[in-house]
Design a protein around this ligand. Structure first.
Ligand code: PGA
Length: 231
């Protein structure tokens, strides 16, 4: 694993934007992998500030709430439209699990088929949850998992509730790429920024087992960690 130590979250997001742009520009025929959440918002803002023009025509999202309308402010399809497609004037397609062609029972299988057909991704952006989840692969997820519907853990529901009107509107399930799906990307750019993520990172590195989903990715030859933590 290559480690980039940075002094602040902003510096880490700017570096991730630079690396993402460089890698994706080198392989314009390969799709990329996008992520959502607070950490990634800063990466997309940095790409827009840098005037980045995507050369790739397909991007794959990591996950989505189960059954949510893409028109909902809280859907990841909507978040990527607002934070990636619109500011970067991206003319290609973002494939989101659980949405469009990937909705319904056969959706996860169809998503896997498409990612295999168009992949491998040149680069996958990754964050980590406070509880250690990678995409919505919660602690305990199989290292061999594929795209599937999962039940969210209580810690995840608690962290993400702030974005919803209340517990009644917060989804309890999501569709997520599996750990083995994520691992097919040629490069993994993992951002672990802020003290709240320290426990998740140090647990994965010091006690790598299925209780820490990041442990599944540690032997990936293209893994690059961007962190402001001394773990
Ligand atoms: P965050 O989310 O960037 O909003 O902290 C990361 C995640 O939950 O994977």
């Amino acid at each position: 694993m290559k480690i980039h130590r940075v002094k602040s979250a902003g510096q880490g997001q700017a570096l991730a934007a630079e690396l993402f742009a460089g890698i994706s520009d080198e392989s314009p025929d390969s799709p990329v992998g996008l992520a959502t959440g607070g950490t990634m918002s800063g990466v997309y803002s940095a790409l827009a500030t840098d005037g980045f023009c995507p050369k790739f025509s397909d991007a794959f999202a990591l996950d989505e709430y189960q059954g949510i309308s893409p028109a909902s402010e809280n859907s990841y399809a909507n978040e990527l439209t607002r934070k990636f497609t619109e500011p970067l004037n991206f003319q290609g397609k973002i494939h989101v699990p659980g949405q469009g062609d990937y909705a319904g029972q056969q959706g996860p299988k169809q998503f896997e088929k498409t990612i295999t057909k168009l992949g491998p991704l040149s680069v996958q952006l990754l964050g980590i949850g406070v509880n250690g989840h990678i995409a919505f692969n919660e602690p305990g997820s199989s290292f061999y998992s594929k795209t599937r519907v999962v039940e969210l853990h209580q810690e995840t529901i608690k962290s993400n509730l702030v974005y919803f009107d209340g517990p009644a509107s917060m989804p309890t399930h999501a569709v997520t790429q599996g750990l083995s799906t994520i691992k097919q990307a040629s490069k993994l750019l993992l951002l672990v920024l802020g003290e709240a993520k320290e426990f998740a990172l140090s647990k994965a590195i010091n006690y790598p087992d299925e209780s820490t989903p990041l442990a599944a990715l540690l032997d990936h030859p293209g893994l690059e960690l961007i962190t402001d933590l001394n773990y």
